[in-house]
Design a protein around this ligand. Structure first.
Ligand SMILES: Nc1ncnc2c1ncn2[C@@H]1O[C@H](COP(=O)(O)OP(=O)(O)OP(=O)(O)O)[C@@H](O)[C@H]1O
Ligand SMILES: [Mg+2]
Length: 460
């Protein structure tokens, strides 16, 4: 019953219960009506046989001068005997006085009207008997006397037949219920099938699949699908606006900052006043800081946006690491660092969003270079296991100074070891976000012998 009223319960189970209850009620009614009809049909048949036997006896009554002549015909009893092992009793009364038969056989409540038998049931000799009574006038010495004939019969045979019929009706009801139950299961399944297949189709979609649902659905599901399509179109509109905003913001922030920096540099070259030159250097440093912050903020926004819209690219992690190593070459040279990339000879294929992995890697290499001492060494190592590919970026720099990874990966958190190194504290937040979006893991640890080792591991 709980299934029927639980709003979060399964529709299929609810439907199945309702259909089964309906089938059970109908089967019960079928059993009752079949057994009732059968019982009354058997009763009517038995009554007519009993009545016919009674009339046959009554018709053999003859009037004589000294009384009524009773000649019970053999056929009357053979008719009744044909029905079974039942016992038969009779009683014949002339003018209300028993002349032959069982004189305690119960009389009818009202006098029967002629040869139309009156039927009634009555207990007799510890049994239930069915009695038919008729009355007919007979001429005795030219006077009409009323003769009543009563024939009674036990109903063992009839009860046996009725019992048999009831058993058949029960079997019929059960059979009907069985067929209805099978049909109920089929019906419930077929009714719920469109809902299941719609849910399955939606579940199979990738996270970036925002096409409207166009598959044909039953009329009842049309409002739901229309609402779903409305929601999808609003969501994809919002996502497009976010993407446009990120791209436009990047452009509108970077361009004026670059112009400002160029002009400050120009002014720096044109002036000889020391105080002005110091101020302009300060301006240039602040512009660099702002540009860095803006680009990290936008990169973080882009990563968060893409974590939901993840593309499944097939990327070679080894080639990607080599490309990044190459692009950081000039920066490493400027700081007199050796940047070495070690990858397996064969490609390391994995399915992931290229832009996300690239952004994470760039931030790790950027940190390793930023926090290294001049003449230090930075190495990028790519490895592959049966299920994962990993890239390890290690340096011989200042180390983490005891700071915990969970603290450093929080937004805008920088370590106590940064000194005068510029930064916003978003780099590791981005790496952590990428690891989460790609179902990978990120670890950061101090190296024995000094320096830091950051490792990003991604499933193949
Ligand atoms: N290779 C490393 N060596 C030493 N400390 C590191 C290293 N990488 C990260 N850290 C510490 O972790 C902190 C957080 O790093 P994260 O990259 O998030 O920020 P950031 O480098 O300070 O700023 P940015 O957002 O510009 O990258 C750093 O401020 C630094 O203290
Ligand atoms: Mg950083």
């Amino acid at each position: 019953m709980k299934t029927l009223f639980n709003p979060a319960g399964s529709i299929r189970r609810r439907l199945l219960w309702l259909l089964l209850i309906g089938a059970a009620v109908l089967s019960g009614l079928l059993y009752l009506s079949v057994s009732t009809v059968a019982r009354s049909a058997v009763e009517t048949t038995q009554d007519s046989i009993l009545g016919a036997a009674t009339i046959a006896i009554a018709e053999q009554l003859r009037g004589a001068d000294d009384g009524v002549e009773v000649d019970i015909p053999y056929t009357a009893f053979s008719m009744l005997g044909a029905v079974g092992e039942d016992r038969v009793f009779y009683r014949i009364l002339v003018n209300g006085e028993t002349v032959t038969g069982y004189d305690d056989l119960p009389l009818p409540d009202t006098t029967p009207a002629g040869l139309t038998p009156r039927y009634y049931s009555h207990p007799y000799q510890d049994m239930m008997v069915r009695i038919a009574a008729v009355e007919r006038p007979v001429l005795v010495s030219s006077r009409s006397v009323a003769v009543q004939v009563l024939v009674a019969q036990t109903r063992t045979a009839q009860d046996a037949i009725v019992g048999q019929m009831a058993n058949r009706a029960a079997a019929l009801g059960l059979g009907f219920f069985g067929v209805a139950a099978v049909l109920a299961v089929v019906t419930a399944r077929s009714v719920v099938q469109p809902v299941n297949s719609l849910a399955e189709a939606m579940g199979r979609r990738g996270p970036q699949d925002l096409r409207p649902v166009t598959r044909p659905v039953p009329q009842e599901l049309t409002p739901l699908v229309a609402a779903l399509n409305g929601f999808i179109s609003r969501l994809s509109g919002a996502l497009t606006r976010t993407e446009t905003f990120i791209a436009e913001a990047a452009h509108h922030i970077r361009t004026p900052l670059a112009t400002l920096r160029a002009q400050a540099e120009l002014a720096l070259r044109q002036t000889d006043d020391d105080a002005t030159r110091a101020t302009l250097r300060g301006v240039i440093r602040s512009v660099d800081d702002s540009a860095r912050s803006a680009s990290q903020l936008l990169e973080h926004a882009a990563v968060v946006y893409r974590s939901d819209q993840r593309a499944d690219d097939r990327i070679d992690l080894a080639a990607l690491a080599r490309d990044i190593g190459q692009s950081f070459g000039p920066t490493a040279d400027l700081r007199d660092l050796t940047l070495a990339v070690h990858t397996p000879d064969s490609p390391v294929w994995l399915t992931a969003d290229r832009l996300l992995v690239e952004t994470a890697l760039r931030n790790l290499v950027d940190n390793a270079i930023k926090y290294s001492n001049p003449d230090g060494q930075v190495s990028i190592d790519v490895d592959q296991s049966a299920t994962h590919a990993s890239v390890r970026v290690s340096d011989r720099g200042r180390g983490l100074d005891g700071a915990r990874r969970s603290h450093l990966t929080a937004r805008f958190q920088r370590g106590g070891n940064v000194g005068d190194v510029v930064g916003t504290g978003l780099g590791l937040t981005i790496v952590q976000e990428v690891a989460r979006a790609q179902n990978g893991s990120f670890t950061l640890s101090d190296r024995t012998g000094g320096g830091t080792c950051a490792e990003l591991s991604l499933p193949l």
